[in-house]
Design a protein around this ligand. Structure first.
Ligand code: GLA
Length: 392
């Protein structure tokens, strides 16, 4: 939906004109490689998508903050002084959580606002629709309340909202990518120090194709937390061998080989192996990309999927089937699950001449094997959060 259409919806919903309204946008994200590494202090390699969440904000005079979305029927009207006093269990908790964090930073929402969110990211698909809502809210309110707009700080603030208010124990990757993405560039982010560099994602005649399994991510929170604690368990053991270790991902593959037998629980050992090897794969795949060796990059994507499936065990049948069918298409260089797992999306690098065939054949085979209808998006890499120009 274009901005003008969204403004019409805004006026239908709240009445009055949109002359005083401001329009903000934050994308979704896809992680190219480096899964479940952010909370292990490793490298990740995500990129901002070219679709996301648009937010229209207009001040109102009665002190009420009104929340509405074109995606969900749930609406809320909260007095600004009551922001954060009652959780709803609804999507509104994301922007409210951000407002609670802004208040802690010395930027309480003062006065009333009408808010309309419009999301283009399928919910629950692992493309970070929630991070996109958080970051666009943080950016919009810091801008409106006159705070310094630092996109790294906005990412951290949004992550705290998710961890503390919403109650999901996620790492920094999603909010960081959504806040700091740049068109046609992927972000090599070191999640311990938050040092990052933008790497041109130049793929010539190859396209990124996201495949949505449309399998709703069941149990994702509990399994996610279980993986986190297994990694912490491995870290405690390995720290006895390598006292300087603060995060699992700091361990080099050779160091892991030397000390792995100290981890007696076989499952925990496999989790740690994934972290150590995936971290190395991120660095190797970025090197391959810099040399324009997309074939090699694709092989790292394939290897990442195998590791997530067999060692970290966060894939599921639907993701495996979609990846397997994708890899059968001759123009596919690589394919893997992306995001937390247990459902959600795959990402593949596919020759442009084969994209239509990919969508048809992978789609048909996926439905035949799982009974579900997949969806495919040929996507570009877009910008991070911004105020949209020319619409004030
Ligand atoms: C989810 C979390 C991220 C990250 C990924 C797995 O998207 O929100 O912080 O841990 O899973 O890589």
């Amino acid at each position: 939906m274009g901005i003008q259409d969204l403004k019409v919806k805004f006026s239908e919903k709240y009445g009055g004109s949109t002359e005083e309204a401001r329009v903000f946008y934050a994308p979704g994200r896809v992680n190219l490689i480096g899964e479940h590494l952010d909370y292990n202090g490793g490298y990740v390699f995500p990129a901002a998508l070219d679709f996301g969440t648009t937010l229209i904000v207009r001040p109102r005079s009665d002190g009420k903050v009104q929340f509405a979305s074109t995606n969900f029927p749930f609406v809320a009207s909260i007095d600004y002084s009551d922001i954060g006093t009652a959780k709803t269990g609804e999507w509104v908790d994301y922007p409210v959580g951000v407002m609670v964090e802004l208040a802690k930073q010395g930027f309480p929402v003062s006065g009333g606002y009408d808010l309309l969110f419009h999301g283009e990211i399928p919910n629950g698909s692992g493309l970070s629709s929630s991070a996109s809502i958080e970051v666009v809210t943080g950016f919009a309110f810091l801008t409106l309340l006159g705070g310094a707009v630092d996109t790294v700080e906005i990412a951290l603030l949004s992550q705290r909202a998710e961890n503390q208010y919403v109650g999901v124990n996620s790492g920094i990757m999603d909010q960081f990518a959504v806040a700091n993405g740049k068109r046609d560039q992927a972000i090599l982010l070191m999640c311990d120090t938050l040092e990052y560099s933008l790497i041109p994602f130049v793929t010539g005649s190859y396209k990124l194709v996201i495949g949505n399994t449309n399998k709703k991510r069941g149990l994702v929170d509990s399994k996610y937390n279980e993986r986190r604690s297994q990694c912490e368990e491995a870290l405690v053991i390995l720290k006895q061998e390598v006292p300087s270790l603060s995060y699992l991902a700091e361990l080099k593959p050779e160091q892991f080989e030397a000390h792995k037998d100290k981890i007696t629980n076989e499952t925990v050992r496999r989790r740690a192996r994934h972290v150590v090897e995936e971290n190395q794969r991120v660095l190797d795949s970025v090197e391959a990309l810099k040399k324009n060796d997309l074939k090699q990059f694709g092989q790292y994507m394939n290897a990442s999927h195998v590791s997530l499936r067999d060692l970290y065990e966060v894939s599921c049948e639907e993701l495996d089937v979609m990846v397997e069918e994708a890899q059968k298409i001759p123009g596919t260089l690589g394919s893997r699950m992306t995001g937390a797992g247990f459902g959600g999306c795959t990402v593949s690098l596919v020759h442009e001449d084969d994209v239509q065939r990919f969508i048809r054949e992978v789609g048909e085979a996926y439905t035949a094997r799982t009974g579900l209808a997949g969806e495919f998006y040929v996507c570009g890499i877009g910008n991070g959060v911004e105020e949209l120009e020319g619409v004030k």
